[in-house]
Ligand binder design. Structure first.
Ligand code: PLP
Length: 430
């Protein structure tokens, strides 16, 4: 569903005239907000308005408690112990994997590999699947919308192998050019790496169509779900994709843990990535026999508490209902887009057909860092910069933007605070 530009939600709330259109009553953001202790604080004497959710989300009490409880009651290393604590820690780690598998519709929990985050997941695929599949003269396809973490690992691979990195362009509105994609999918294309949602513009890519086009040419697809998982979720089995990557910390879970899902046949065929404990069945100086999935890709002591915290975050999100959260966030985005479009001197960057979570903007010719700093003085946390998407910024002819990104606990009052802050920016730099 498109949220950009068509909504009637841009009433002049700040002038106090008409009441704002409120999010569907099914979802009570103000109530959910109380689950997040960090949001109670004031910054620079003002209530914190946290609009930097695309960078990282805040953590609900349920996640903080799950991590504390693990350390207070169950902490031990996994897999190697015969004692009770180790058995409990192992069981909880295994349960976390099953929880993730259910969340993303993975047919088998062994297809869920715990990693540090999206970045590590993409690097894992590049260094294993990529290294065995990509040779001199081959091509890897990425898009202009990608975050650096879905560009640089492929660039490194191409450099090592003498392969070519090819790029699907975006339109001025910030949508992928699907005709160009079609033309770029060629006999040498070994993989398409594409984001579910752009972290810089909020563009929701039409994944079913993109994946179908790639599959028609026999090209495997890796989906970067860092921004998609928290707003849209994902159905791995139904998607047709080959790999899916996301980060726990953008889904109300802890930092340091994320997920790579891959189709079983790929993961079985891929060589291990890092060597060490847990990823082996037996070791001699002559030969090592590798462990089965998922352990083959999880060398060393994993982030046990992180996985448990991620499972708690998924429980929390599912408890509220991802659909209800998504509907609430769409309403908020529509409010924000309409309010910013109506605001003098503000220019939206990107007007994609469908958008999730993010709105990027400029205020006159004020540098986005100055915009971010003034907003911070008003208690409003946004991000300013290139958003780790420098090629996209270059394509749009910009060095940086200011970016407001929404999460389940944001409210229409947060949009008001953003607009008030932007007015203060304008006044200061007039
Ligand atoms: N991909 C996208 C679209 C992102 O927005 C981000 C982080 O902002 C990443 C990848 C990298 O995620 P992480 O730093 O958690 O590995």
């Amino acid at each position: 569903m498109s949220v950009s530009g068509t909504s009637a939600a841009g009433e002049k709330r700040l002038s106090g005239a008409a009441p704002a259109r409120r999010p569907a009553p099914a979802f009570d953001a103000a109530r959910a907000r109380e689950d997040f202790p960090i949001l109670r604080q004031r910054v620079h004497g003002r209530p914190l308005v946290y609009l930097d959710n695309a960078a990282t989300t805040q953590k609900p009490r349920a996640v903080i408690d799950a991590i504390s409880r693990y350390y207070e009651e169950d902490n031990a290393n996994v897999h190697r112990g015969v004692h009770l604590l180790s058995e409990r820690a192992t069981r909880r780690h295994d349960e976390a994997r099953k929880r993730v598998a259910r969340f993303i519709g993975a047919p088998d929990p062994r297809e869920v590999i715990f990693v540090r985050g999206t970045t590590e997941a993409v690097n894992l695929v590049a260094q294993t699947f990529g290294r065995t599949r990509v040779g001199a003269g081959d091509e890897v396809l990425v898009t202009e919308l990608e975050h650096h973490s879905n560009i640089v690992p492929w660039q490194m691979l191409c450099h090592e192998k003498g392969a070519r990195l090819r790029v699907v362009p975006v339109t001025d509105a910030g949508d992928l050019d699907l005709d160009a994609l079609e033309a770029l999918l060629g006999p040498r294309t070994r993989l398409l790496a594409v984001t579910q949602v752009s972290n810089a513009l909020g563009t929701v890519n039409p994944l079913p169509e993109i994946i179908a086009r790639a599959k028609a040419r026999g090209v495997p697809v890796l989906v970067d779900g860092a921004q998609g998982a928290p707003h849209l979720g994902f159905d791995a089995a139904a998607s047709g994709a080959d790999f899916y990557a996301f980060s726990g910390h953008k889904l109300y879970g802890p930092t340091g843990v994320g997920v790579l899902w891959g189709r079983r046949e790929h993961l079985e065929a891929m060589p291990p990535w890092q060597g060490g404990g847990d990823m082996i069945l037996s070791v001699t100086f002559e030969k090592t026999i590798y462990n089965a999935l998922p352990h083959k890709f999880e060398a060393g002591t994993p982030d046990i508490a992180g996985a448990i915290g991620l499972a708690a975050a998924i429980d929390y999100v599912d408890g509220l209902g991802l659909e209800a959260i998504a509907a609430h966030e769409r309403e908020l985005l529509a409010l924000a887009v309409d309010a910013l479009e109506a605001e003098e001197g503000v220019r939206l960057v990107g007007t994609p057909r469908e958008r999730a979570g993010v709105v990027s903007f400029l205020v006159g010719d004020v540098h986005p860092h100055d915009v971010g700093t003034v907003l911070d003085r008003h208690g409003v946390a946004v991000r300013a910069g290139h958003h780790c998407a420098q090629p996209l910024m270059q394509r749009l002819g910009l060095a940086a933007t200011a970016r407001a990104s929404f999460g389940l606990y944001n409210t229409p009052e947060d949009v008001d605070a953003l607009v008030r802050g932007i007015r203060a920016v304008r006044e200061m730099f007039a």
